[in-house]
Design a protein around this ligand. Sequence first.
Ligand SMILES: Cc1cc2nc3c(=O)[nH]c(=O)nc-3n(C[C@H](O)[C@H](O)[C@H](O)COP(=O)(O)OP(=O)(O)OC[C@H]3O[C@@H](n4cnc5c(N)ncnc54)[C@H](O)[C@@H]3O)c2cc1C
Ligand code: FES
Length: 280
Amino acid sequence: MRNPYLPYPVRIDEIITETEDKNLKTFKFVFMNPEDEKGFSYTPGQFAELSIAGKGEIPIGIASSPTEKGFVKFTVNKVGAVTGHLHYMSAGDTMGIRGPLGNWYPWEEMEGKNVVIIGGGFAFTTLRSSIIYMLHPDNRPRFRDITVVYGARTPGMLLYKDELAAWEKRDDIKMHITVDGTSDPEWKYNIGFVPAVTEKKITSAENAIAIVCGPPVMIRFTQPVLEKLGFPPERIILSLEMRMKCGIGKCGRCNIGEKYVCKDGPVFSLAQLKQLPPEY
Ligand SMILES: Cc1cc2nc3c(=O)[nH]c(=O)nc-3n(C[C@H](O)[C@H](O)[C@H](O)COP(=O)(O)OP(=O)(O)OC[C@H]3O[C@@H](n4cnc5c(N)ncnc54)[C@H](O)[C@@H]3O)c2cc1C
Ligand code: FES
């Protein structure tokens, strides 16, 4: 068995600045040893530890989909020591990726159901992975209607703008993009917070499962909206971001009650979270 603490060496192939404040960048990595791509076999919803020698390791959700071959992508918000260093790195630089880690969205349970994806801010990363995965021609027939509510503070803070525009044009996914506010007269989508847009645009919970990923305040206000719409707690799926170190259930840094967010999560249903102490 491979040593779970050992990162795969990767090279930065491309860096895309996503947002107008330049604090969110997407890093496209290629494996230095092409056979490592098979070892890093992942499912949407999982995360990895990105490691920079002499700087440290950080848990980051996987933004690419396993249906995208030859690379793996992560979108990183510049907040501190390691993310700050990563933002100063360039295409061609080398570093490490350890994983894939954690569990994933409940893909088998989602089969044959309407899927509602609700995301806010930079937490949209693993939701991007999920949308690309579901829209792949091999997978699209497995799911019924796909509806997305995605919000950011301003138009310039939205991630993956080209992909959002492309998804808007498709008829096999329904997009509801929103911003908290804008003075842009050209803005043609919604204005309002994610919970309010969810309440307005999602009309039925019938045969549906909701996946929610965003800042805690968005989750706190979206949860009652979904419950009011009739989503039972076991069909509301959330992804948590706790402080982590080992990422494999050994160090005890990330636990909520008896659950390790890194190993038993980061994906939990609301029904599961209701059984745990309110430490998330
Ligand atoms: C499962 C999981 C998935 C994640 N996915 C992403 C992602 O896709 N993109 C992304 O940009 N970030 C993601 N994060 C958050 C990311 O791990 C932290 O922002 C990062 O570890 C900060 O490292 P740093 O050394 O730059 O910051 P530090 O110098 O350690 O700290 C800077 C600031 O960030 C805060 N911080 C540190 N660690 C975390 C953490 N784990 N969660 C929240 N706040 C933290 C600190 O309190 C401090 O305010 C994820 C976290 C988890 C657990
Ligand atoms: S990060 Fe070590 S147990 Fe979860």
